[in-house]
Design a protein around this ligand. Structure first.
Ligand SMILES: [Zn+2]
Ligand SMILES: [Zn+2]
Length: 471
């Protein structure tokens, strides 16, 4: 009898390749805040993406993988030409976050290469059918120093929200701060795409909060301008936030039906009166309802403001006349607002004239006063308002007082050098070596011995007298 060996049956090896999700050519960087009022801008995304790859934006965009995805038809058929057309020139730069072809081209390329599929919400492309193209966005960056600082402290990613770059946006709604557009260290205006979010393109300094360049919007803007900003910014932020949840992009008929219903609901008013109430000119209103042109964003927001219908509602809801919609305008207090405005601006002009007079006086005053002393006399504490409103005059005052202080310190140095020379020569004549320690004990105010020009002067004298000293 022989042993029958029983072999163990092992599970079989699966030789099918595992399913690997598609790889993206570029790092699949996630955009920040999509679907929120603080959604990132496409220019910010591009800068962060190029930073993550450790290359400049030009380098990134001239990658072969990028180039094959560009639509070359309207552009000159060379790499440099295409990139220049996309981001090289001023007006093209502002178009990157916008609603036109450049924004669309970049979104298409970036989506293919990063595998992200929501990059169009970093622009205003969703709303391209309902507003006209002119100057929607800024060319230079503007930012809220307090937002930057807050994100840094909370260790969040630093980026630039789309809302900051609208041509019309002057404040950060959250912090009620004026959006800054100049580096506080080197006064540079920073071009979009020229540096990483949060840093100056020229001096590389951090652009987060510094108390001397925080500008409270209440101090800077007139009341009516501030309340306009406080209506405009949330309206635009609503547009940005709602875009990803819309089933389709609204088209111009949306707005056309709205205007028709509005005209019909207010047929007791002449078109001229209605235009006035809406904050438009008669020609503008006519052009809109006859479908000659698309309204600008400020016009849309002005209409929304006067009708008390939110911008999003105006541009996304069904306004068909068949639905018996009625948008009766009830507020006719525009004249009242206007007369109030006049009083307010008269008072502001009066105090403005007083400030200008004081600043001009300071320029001829001798000895030249510092800016802070001038504004203290006017009853203010913070110089930022003055730098914002009267930059030329302020810079002249600061320049004069700086030069004056510089001259003073030069004169001081000369006096001290003379004094030191006298002591050193006296000690030398007595046969005593004039060491720094000895000088320190002999001179009543010895703090200046630490200053470089004084140290050099002493060293020179010691050497001239034949003492051996280390440099
Ligand atoms: Zn802010
Ligand atoms: Zn700078």
């Amino acid at each position: 009898m022989h042993n029958t060996k029983i072999f163990k049956v092992y599970p079989s090896l699966n030789t099918n390749l595992p399913i690997i999700p598609e790889r993206s050519v570029l790092y699949s960087l996630e955009p920040i805040g999509v679907g929120t009022p603080y959604c990132e801008s496409l220019t910010s995304y591009l800068t962060r993406l190029s930073y993550e790859h450790g290359v400049s934006i030009d380098k990134l965009l001239s990658l072969n993988d990028f180039f094959t995805h560009y639509e070359k038809e309207p552009y000159p058929n060379n790499r440099h030409g295409v990139i220049n057309h996309l981001i090289g020139m001023y007006d093209n730069l502002r178009a990157v976050n916008g609603i036109g072809k450049q924004a669309q081209t970049l979104v298409n390329c970036l989506e293919k290469l990063t595998g992200q599929n929501n990059l169009s919400y970093l622009t205003l492309l969703t709303w391209s059918e309902i507003t006209c193209h002119r100057k929607l966005f800024k060319v230079y960056k503007s930012w809220c120093p307090r937002c930057f600082q807050e994100w840094k402290l909370q260790k969040e990613l630093i980026y630039e929200p789309l809302i900051w770059f609208f041509q019309e946006a002057k404040i950060c709604y959250k912090h009620q701060q004026i959006l800054t557009n100049q580096c506080p260290y080197c006064s540079t205006n920073i071009l979009l795409l020229s540096s990483s979010p949060g840093f100056c393109s020229k001096c590389s300094q951090w652009l987060g909060s510094l108390s001397n360049y925080e500008l409270d919007s209440k101090e800077i803007l007139k009341d009516e301008e501030l309340s306009w900003q406080n209506y405009l910014i949330p309206s635009l932020q609503d547009l940005i936030a709602i875009a990803p949840s819309l089933l389709k992009s609204p088209d111009k008929y949306q707005f056309l039906t709205f205007i028709h219903v509005l005209l019909k609901s207010n047929n007791t008013l002449t078109k001229n009166q209605l235009a006035k109430v809406l904050g438009l000119s008669f020609t503008q209103l006519q052009a809109y309802y006859q479908d000659f042109c698309l309204p600008s964003l400020p016009s849309l927001i002005s209409i929304s403001h006067s009708t008390n219908i939110s911008l999003v509602k105006m541009l996304t809801e069904n306004h068909s006349e068949g639905l018996d919609k009625s948008y009766k305008i009830t507020s006719f207090n525009k004249d009242y607002v206007k007369s109030n405005k006049k009083i307010g601006s008269y008072q502001k002009r009066k105090s403005r004239n007083k400030i200008i007079k004081a600043l001009k006086n300071a320029i001829t005053e001798n000895p030249p006063p510092t800016l802070i002393s001038v504004i203290k006399q006017l009853g203010y504490k913070n110089t930022s308002y003055f730098y914002y409103k009267f930059p030329e005059l302020c810079h002249q005052i600061t320049k004069r007082s700086k030069e004056y202080r510089h001259q003073l310190s030069l004169k001081n140095i000369e006096n001290i050098q003379n004094e030191i020379e006298e002591i050193i020569l006296y000690l030398h004549a007595q046969g005593i070596e004039p060491t720094i320690n000895l000088l320190r004990s002999l001179m009543p105010k010895s703090g200046f011995l630490r200053h470089q020009p004084i140290r050099e002067y002493i060293l020179k004298l010691q050497k001239e007298l034949g003492y051996f000293v280390n440099d």
